[in-house]
Write a protein that binds this ligand. Structure first.
Ligand code: FMN
Length: 323
C-alpha cells in the first residue's frame, strides 16, 4: 500500500506532514529531507525532465565566466546538494575549501601552468600544438574556487565497505563533486574541474594535512553561456563514444543485449541533430507551478517550451528535453 492510500490516524498524519512540507517548500524554507517524494513515486514529468536536463546540459566551463559575485544563498544550496551525495558507510569524507583570495588563486594558477608544461611531453607529438591552445582552467576569472577534499581517516576504525576497497572514500567524494556540478547547472552556475595541478604542491598551498586528499579543484561562477558540446569536442580533441559499443552482456566484452543497444541508439538520436546550440545561462522563465517540489525556485528553466513539448509526448528523447 502506498502512503497516499493509508487510512485512519496514520494517513491523516502523513497527509498533514506532506502539506506542511509543501507549504514550507513554497516559502523557500524547506530542508532537503522534506523535499523527498512519497515512497515509490517517480517524479512528475517536469521534474524528471529537469533532472535529465541538468545532466545533458552540464558542461565543464573554463571560458565564459562573468565578473559577477556568486550569492552565498546559491553557493549554500550547491554545497548542501554535494553534502547529500552517497558515501561508503555513510562516511561523508568530504570537506569544501572555499577559495576567494585573488593572490592565492594566482598561485594555484601558477601550479596549473607548471603542471601543464610537465604533462605536455606525455601528449602525442602531433596533438601538442592543439593541447597548448586549449583553455583548461578558469581559476582567476571565475567568482571563486572550491577544493573538495577527502579525509581518508574520517571513519578510521570502522571501515564499513572499505576493508577490501579502501579507495571507496575517494569515489564517494567524486559523487559529492557530481552533485555539486549538476546542482550548479540547474542554478545557471558554471563549474570547471582543474586536475592539471600537482597534488602535493596544492596541499602545501592550501595547508591540507597529509591524510587528506584533494579530489577536485573547481572553478565556480556565473557564466554567459553553457556550450552545447564539450569544449574538447568543439576543438577537435575528442568525441563522445557511441554508447551501444560500451554496453556488454553478462561478462566483460560479452556480446548481446541487442534490443537494449538499439533502444539506446534510438534515444540517443539527439547526437545526430545539428548541434551548435548554446544554452543561455541566465534563467528566462519561472518553472511551471505544477512542477515537483524539487524543481521549485532553484532550477534554471531556460526553455520551458521543451518541457511543454515533452509533456505532449512529442519529439525524440532526450532531444525533447534539450531543444
Ligand atoms: C576528473 C576530471 C578531471 C578534469 N580535469 C580537467 C582539467 O584539468 N581541465 C579541463 O579543462 N577540464 C577538465 N575536466 C573536464 C573534462 O575535460 C570534461 O568533463 C570533458 O571534456 C567533457 O566535457 P563536459 O564536462 O563539458 O561534458 C575534468 C573532468 C573530470 C571528470
Amino acid at each position: 500500500m502506498i502512503p497516499s492510500q493509508k487510512t485512519g490516524l496514520a494517513g491523516i498524519v502523513i497527509r498533514m506532514v506532506r502539506r506542511l512540507a509543501v507549504i514550507a517548500i513554497a516559502r523557500g524554507q524547506a530542508m532537503p529531507e522534506q523535499m523527498t517524494a512519497p515512497v515509490g513515486d517517480g517524479f512528475d514529468q517536469n521534474a524528471r525532465d529537469a533532472v535529465y536536463r541538468a545532466m545533458f546540459t552540464r558542461r565543464d566551463v573554463r571560458s565564459h565566466f562573468l565578473p559577477t559575485a556568486l550569492d552565498d544563498e546559491v553557493l549554500a544550496r550547491l554545497l548542501l546538494a554535494a553534502h547529500h551525495a552517497p558515501s561508503v558507510g555513510f562516511m561523508q569524507p568530504w570537506n569544501f575549501i572555499v577559495i576567494r583570495d585573488a593572490g592565492r588563486r594566482e598561485k594555484v594558477r601558477d601550479l596549473f601552468l607548471a603542471a601543464r608544461e610537465q604533462e605536455l611531453p606525455a601528449i602525442e607529438e602531433e596533438r601538442r600544438a592543439l593541447y597548448r591552445k586549449l583553455k583548461l582552467e578558469g581559476i582567476c576569472e571565475s567568482a571563486l574556487n572550491i577544493c573538495i577534499t577527502c579525509d581518508r581517516q574520517r571513519s578510521k576504525g570502522s571501515p564499513l565497505g572499505r576493508w577490501h576497497n579502501p579507495e571507496m572514500d575517494l569515489y564517494s567524494t567524486v559523487c559529492a563533486v557530481q552533485n555539486f556540478w549538476l546542482a550548479a547547472r540547474a542554478e545557471g552556475v558554471g563549474v570547471g574541474w582543474v586536475s592539471i595541478i600537482e597534488a602535493q604542491a596544492l596541499k602545501g598551498l592550501l595547508s591540507i594535512p597529509e591524510h587528506v586528499t584533494p579530489v577536485a579543484y573547481l572553478c565556480v561562477g556565473r557564466v554567459s553561456e553553457f556550450a552545447h558540446k564539450p569544449d574538447l569536442e568543439t576543438h577537435g580533441w575528442g568525441r563522445r563514444l557511441p554508447l551501444p559499443e560500451l554496453i556488454m552482456s553478462e561478462i566483460f566484452c560479452g556480446q548481446g543485449e541487442v534490443p537494449l543497444k538499439s533502444t539506446v541508439a534510438r534515444l540517443n538520436a539527439v547526437d545526430a541533430a545539428p548541434d551548435q546550440r548554446v544554452a543561455p545561462a541566465v534563467p528566462q522563465r519561472e518553472p511551471p507551478k505544477e512542477a515537483s517540489a524539487l524543481s521549485l525556485s532553484s532550477l534554471n528553466f531556460d526553455d520551458a517550451s521543451a518541457s511543454r513539448a515533452s509533456q505532449a509526448g512529442s519529439g525524440t528523447w532526450p532531444s525533447m528535453i534539450l531543444k
